[in-house]
Structures are given as structure tokens and as C-alpha cells.
Design a protein around this ligand. Structure first.
Ligand SMILES: Cc1cc2nc3c(=O)[nH]c(=O)nc-3n(C[C@H](O)[C@H](O)[C@H](O)COP(=O)(O)OP(=O)(O)OC[C@H]3O[C@@H](n4cnc5c(N)ncnc54)[C@H](O)[C@@H]3O)c2cc1C
Length: 505
């Protein structure tokens, strides 16, 4: 757990200082069950006392999803990774971190289809959020690759959920942010590559662009063929592709489009061919992360990137080890932990908007993305706010999976993430107001959505309209959590309609 001070008390209950990744700090009671039997007892105690609670695994949520001012159940002891090479699956515990899972699977030439960019995020936490991945343009989100999971209800009953068994619960829990019960164990389908670690590498091409129009045009050119070949990927893993864009709001609105694919490359072959961007544990990367927190070094850093580092075509192709490529945000995480350890708030806000993509009209979809980004640009400019970075990636429609609170349920789209960072403050009043206004614009002008996984600043009535399956989700909540024990500040702010009754502290 990345948290601070602990005052031990008996019965596995402790007072701890917990943080959200965004910088919200909460001192609360934390209960740490050692196994599923203890977890069952803890849940039964909470039910009979009527005490509200939240679950927490890796604690990497940006917003307050895994905080609670009364009681947090830490699932940190619930671990166990088992790879089935023949079936190309991995079964993991709620709190197994993705860094560990990847290490176990790549040793067998198997790779999870969709992973978030933090090695410390855990399977239980990311499945509860249905996280997106750099490979989402071809692989979709994490939930799509789940074969089954074991789920403990608040009364302690354990059920297995899959597309065949307890299907309704399966669809409500994935992306349900832990508001229905606990995911204990998960089985994922894996991608089989014809080579193993340490030869699994990722080749990335960096394509600079100038201006939002060029970004949208180039992104659509990349995304359209990926979208078309999605169906073939299971049988031809070399077709897996990642594509995303990073946009910096300098005067020229410059940035990079990154397209990546799996390649076989031994450590010796890729020596000197990597990029520091994908070496999050290296000294150079950490220095860049620190510099990026200050405005002037950030401006100079981006100028260097566009004018020197990626200026020549031969500088634009890199080959990196898979771990560094996948978890490239670990450097940012490390800097935050170091800063907070010396008392700095290290605040961040990051909100993701989904701007719809119409498969039959890629040009129109590109224009919609461009218009949305122009609107973002104009609104932030007018308010004198400069985001640290904006990134964009494509998310396919996952209607077939049926996950009720998935942002891509019923629509494909471009996920546009807008990030702000501060060192000496975790307060972002102006930025939060701007994000709220952008949410309104995203829905009213573009029929888009706010993704619930990172920060969520949007009017609750608007969010209810963005998520048409909310009522079905609420019916499941009423059945699985009739006392509404699973509630916290996040649920109260985002879906107050779900908080059907106040619960004792
Ligand atoms: C550096 C960094 C990079 C990131 N990159 C990405 C990215 O690429 N893509 C992306 O989509 N997100 C990304 N995120 C966000 C992060 O992946 C999600 O917030 C994820 O939910 C965090 O998982 P966790 O294990 O830390 O969960 P926690 O923060 O502990 O919990 C997350 C949510 O899941 C619930 N929960 C946790 N465990 C369980 C369980 N076993 N059963 C039921 N509910 C549970 C919690 O109550 C909470 O609502 C990133 C975050 C960081 C800090």
C-alpha cells in the first residue's frame, strides 16, 4: 500500500492515512482481512452494524473512488497468480499487481490483452474500473478479456460470474467501481505470442504533428485500419496495435502520434534502441518527470522533443522492453510518492472524455474530435489554464460485453484525457470548474461521456444522462447492497441517486 502513518490496533483494524492519486488525503479506519473467511466476517460485521465502507486494492484511483471516511477494507492480502499455459489464461487474486501478473505471464510467452499504465494497480481495482490500455484500439478494455470472476456478496455468499453464469452480476460488477461487492479471483484470457520474455518487446513509431487538425487527421488514418482488423487479432497476435496521441498546448499545438506493436527482440538487439519515455525506472526518466512539473522546464522539454529528439525520421523508431513500455506512468507515480513522503501535496487532476466515433463515417468522426479539441483549447485559453498534457486514444464499442457503467457501452470513441499537475497544492478550483463545463459541452454538443475511472467533475444529472444503463445498475445495487453500505464521497458526488439512505459512521 502506498500509504503513510499506521497506528496498529488489534483485530486487523488500523487507523491509516490514505491518499488518492490525485492528492486527496483521508485518515480512516482500515481493516485488512487475511483471507476470504476473514473478509466474509468483516462484511457481516459491517452489515449488522450498518457501517458504510469502501474496498481498496492498489489505491491508484485518481479520484476518491477507493477512499471512505468511515471504513476501508484493504484487499492487500488476497493474492495468488496461476498461469495456465495450455489454455492461455491467468487466474489472479483481487490484489495482485499488474507488474507481477505481467512478469508471470511473459515468462510463458503470454501477454494480458489490456493493462493500465501503472504496475502497482491491481486486477481487482482495474477490473472494477474496466480500465483502458494503450492497446485498447485493437483489444478494447480489460473487461472484454475476463472469462470469469469469483464475487463475494455483502452477506458473504460467494458466486462465480461469467458470460454464462450470473451474467447480470458479471455485467454490473465490471466497471461497477466496487459498489456492489468484492471481486476475489479473476480469470483472464491471454494473448499468445510466438516468443517469451525477455525477447518480448514493443516497437514504437513517433510521428510529430502540428495543430489539432493534423492530429485528428493522422489519428483517424491510424485508427481506421486498426478498427477494421480487430476481429482477426485473436488468431494473428502480430496484428495487435497501440495508437495514441499526446498533445501539448504550446503556441503551435504540437504533439506526437505513437503507434506500437509487439516484436521479438533480445535485450542485446534492442540495446540503445529504446526511448527514455518507456524507461520509467531510469534516472533520466525520473529527472524528466520532475522537470515536467515546472512550467518553464516543461516548455523547454517539449521544444527539445519536437525540434531535436524526434526531428529526424531515423530518430522516430524505438524498441523497448514490454514492462517499461506498458507501465510508463510508474515514473510519475514514483515522483508523487517521493514528493508526498517529504510533505508536498503533489496534486493532480486528470479527466477523460469520450468523444463518439462513427465507424461508417471516419472523416466525420475525425472532424468531431477536432472540433471538441478546438473547444477544449478555446475554453482553457479563455480561462488562462494550461494543461500539463492532453492525450487521445481510440476505444472500440463494447456493447456486446454489456458492462453497465462502461464509458464505451453503446459507443466507440476517442478517449481524450486532460491532465493538470501541481507540486505545492492539491487544490484545482479553476481547473475543476473548467472540467465541469467541458463535461457539459462534451455531452450537449458531441453526445459524449465522462469516463468514470479518473477524476469526475460533471453535474450529476448530466452523468445520469450519459450513462443510460444507470437505472439497471441501481436495481442491482438495491438487490446486492440493500442497506447501501457501499457508499462514499465519490458515489455521493457522481451518482447521488445511488445513495438511497444515510448509513452510520
Ligand atoms: C500511474 C497511473 C497510471 C494509470 N494508468 C491508467 C490507464 O492506463 N488506464 C486506465 O484506465 N486507468 C489508469 N489509471 C487509473 C487506475 O488504473 C484505476 O484507477 C484503477 O482502478 C486503480 O486500481 P487499484 O488497484 O489501484 O484500485 P483502487 O484505487 O484500490 O480501487 C479502484 C476501485 O475499485 C474498487 N475495488 C478495488 N478492488 C476491488 C475488488 N477486489 N472488488 C471490488 N471492488 C474493488 C475500489 O473500491 C475503487 O472503486 C492509472 C493510475 C495511475 C496512478
Amino acid at each position: 500500500m502506498p500509504d503513510g502513518s499506521r497506528t496498529s490496533t488489534p483485530l486487523q483494524r488500523q487507523t491509516q492515512t490514505l491518499w488518492s492519486f490525485g492528492g486527496t488525503r483521508q485518515v480512516t479506519e482500515v481493516c485488512i482481512p487475511r483471507d476470504s473467511d476473514e473478509l466474509r466476517r468483516v462484511l457481516q460485521q459491517a452489515s449488522s452494524a450498518g457501517r458504510k465502507l469502501s474496498f481498496r486494492s492498489g489505491g491508484r484511483s485518481f479520484d476518491t473512488q477507493s477512499l471512505n471516511d468511515v471504513q476501508v477494507i484493504s484487499l492487500e492480502k488476497l493474492k495468488g497468480i496461476k498461469v495456465d499455459v495450455e489454455a492461455a489464461t491467468v487466474t489472479v487474486g483481487a490484489c495482485d499487481a499488474w507488474g507481477e501478473i505481467l512478469r508471470e505471464t511473459t515468462a510463458q510467452g503470454l501477454v494480458p490483452h489490456a493493462m493500465a499504465t501503472s504496475s502497482q494497480a491491481t486486477a481487482g481495482g482495474t477490473l472494477s474500473a474496466d480500465c483502458l490500455s494503450r492497446f485498447s484500439p485493437t483489444h478494447g478494455k480489460e473487461g472484454h478479456h475476463v472469462l470469469w470472476f469469483d464475487f463475494m456478496k455483502l452477506d458473504g455468499e460467494l458466486i462465480r460470474c461469467s458470460r454464462e453464469d450470473n451474467r447480470d452480476v458479471f455485467r454490473a460488477v465490471i466497471a461497477g467501481l466496487g459498489y456492489l461487492g468484492v471481486i476475489l479471483k479473476i480469470c483472464y484470457a491471454l494473448l499468445r505470442l510466438p516468443y517469451k520474455a525477455p525477447d518480448i518487446a514493443v516497437a514504437t513509431h513517433f510521428e510529430p504533428f502540428v495543430g489539432i487538425e493534423q492530429l485528428a487527421k493522422k489519428l483517424v488514418e491510424q485508427v481506421q485500419p486498426l478498427h477494421e482488423r480487430r476481429g482477426a487479432i485473436a488468431s494473428e497476435p502480430e496484428l495487435s496495435g497501440a495508437v495514441s496521441a499526446a498533445l501539448y498546448m504550446n503556441a503551435r499545438r504540437e504533439g506526437l502520434i505513437m503507434t506500437s506493436k509487439y516484436v521479438q527482440s533480445t535485450p542485446a538487439q534492442r540495446e540503445g534502441k529504446g526511448t527514455v519515455l518507456h524507461q520509467p525506472y531510469s534516472f533520466g526518466h525520473l529527472v524528466l518527470q520532475v522537470l515536467a512539473l515546472f512550467e518553464l522546464p516543461r516548455i523547454i522539454g517539449f521544444w527539445y522533443t519536437f525540434n531535436i529528439a524526434f526531428k529526424q525520421p531515423q530518430q522516430r523508431d524505438c524498441v523497448d522492453e514490454l514492462k517499461g513500455y506498458t507501465f510508463f506512468q510508474d515514473g510519475n507515480d514514483t515522483i508523487k510518492r517521493w514528493g508526498r513522503a517529504i510533505g508536498l501535496p503533489m496534486g493532480t487532476r486528470q479527466q477523460t472524455f469520450l468523444v463518439p466515433w462513427e465507424p461508417t463515417d471516419p472523416d466525420g468522426s475525425g472532424k468531431r474530435l477536432r472540433n471538441f479539441l478546438d473547444d477544449v483549447d478555446a475554453l482553457l485559453d479563455a480561462r488562462g489554464i494550461l494543461p500539463t498534457l492532453i492525450d487521445v486514444l481510440f476505444l472500440p464499442d463494447d456493447t456486446q460485453d454489456g458492462f453497465l457503467l462502461s464509458s464505451s457501452h453503446g459507443m466507440a470513441g476517442f478517449a481524450v484525457s486532460i491532465a493538470f499537475e501541481k507540486i505545492v497544492s492539491a487544490r484545482f478550483a479553476e481547473e475543476e470548474r473548467a472540467l465541469r463545463d467541458l463535461a457539459q459541452l462534451c455531452y450537449e454538443k458531441y453526445c459524449g461521456r465522462v469516463h468514470l475511472v479518473k477524476h469526475v467533475y460533471a453535474a450529476d444529472e448530466l452523468l445520469a444522462k450519459m450513462y443510460p444503463e444507470l437505472q439497471t445498475f441501481l436495481r442491482h445495487k438495491q438487490t446486492l447492497d440493500a442497506q447501501c453500505l457501499l457508499q462514499n464521497e465519490f458515489l455521493q458526488r457522481v451518482f447521488p441517486v445511488a445513495v438511497t439512505r444515510p448509513v452510520r459512521g
